[in-house]
Write a protein that binds this ligand. Structure first.
Ligand code: PRP
Ligand code: URA
Length: 227
């Protein structure tokens, strides 16, 4: 997509900063393999959930690379040395429903983190997000927030979620998604929100139902069944 020129080497493409959005494509053979399993229409709900959990590990691993650590003295069975812990574990916010499938894995890797929740359902005629719940700390001033949603399609849902978060005072939001469409990335850029986005793929575009192409279908239905 214009303005974003992913490199072809390494575990992570170099981050490109475009209009306040810092974009990283986590491109790795293991990520491609998990994503392919998720894309395949023959993959059942359980296998889809497993592949999403594994992909989430890779996204979290990369997205936490720059977190600050605090030193603390520890004693091994052999001697005293310096240990490390996260100085300020980020708040984890899965976007319901589909982000739920990433939540346990992210929390397992960030066990000291708190978790908030945002519930959004996209109206499939207008493609606008409809909010049905938010359970978040009153103030997010000075806090890093990691938002989990496997799909960035038009971007409406993530802009809505991130605006809820910035309204509570955070200036540091990291979005983790399995797949992103160029339209959604543009929408995030236009929002002016200060964001980092980690995704395993930037797909070709959207179809006339605003589904990502080639995509993987409805990420909520693929995990939990159609409701
Ligand atoms: C999906 C997905 C995102 C949203 C992306 O959720 O999990 O939240 O669509 O679309 P957008 O970028 O065009 O806003 P959906 O609304 O289908 O709800 P679900 O997770 O409950 O299935
Ligand atoms: N939401 C999904 O679950 N899939 C898409 O392709 C677009 C929005």
């Amino acid at each position: 997509m214009p303005g974003i020129v992913p490199s072809s080497v390494g575990w992570v493409h170099p981050a490109d900063t475009v209009s306040g959005v810092q974009l990283t494509v986590v491109d790795h053979p293991l990520a491609r393999a998990r994503l392919s399993r998720m894309r395949d229409e023959r993959t059942d709900n359980a296998m889809f959930r497993a592949a999403l959990r594994e992909l989430t590990q890779m996204l979290v691993y990369e997205a936490t690379r720059d977190l600050q650590v605090a030193e603390e003295p520890i004693t091994t069975p052999v001697t005293a040395t310096t240990g490390y812990r996260l100085a300020a574990p980020p708040l984890i916010v899965p976007v319901l429903r589909a982000g739920l499938g990433m939540a346990d894995t992210a929390h397992g890797m960030l066990p000291e983190s708190q978790m908030g929740f945002v519930g959004l359902a996209r109206n499939e005629e207008t493609f606008q997000p409809e909010a049905y719940m938010a359970s978040l700390p009153e103030s997010l001033v000075g806090r890093d927030v990691f938002v989990l949603d496997p799909m960035l399609a038009t971007g409406g849902s993530l802009v809505h979620c991130c605006e809820l978060l910035t309204a509570r005072g955070t200036t540091s939001i990291t979005v983790l998604c399995a797949l992103a469409a160029p339209d959604g990335i543009r929408r995030l850029e236009e929002s002016g929100l200060p964001l980092r986005v980690f995704t395993a793929s930037i797909d070709e575009g959207l179809n006339d139902k605003a589904y990502i192409v080639p995509g993987l279908g409805d990420a909520g239905d693929r995990q939990f069944g159609a409701v």
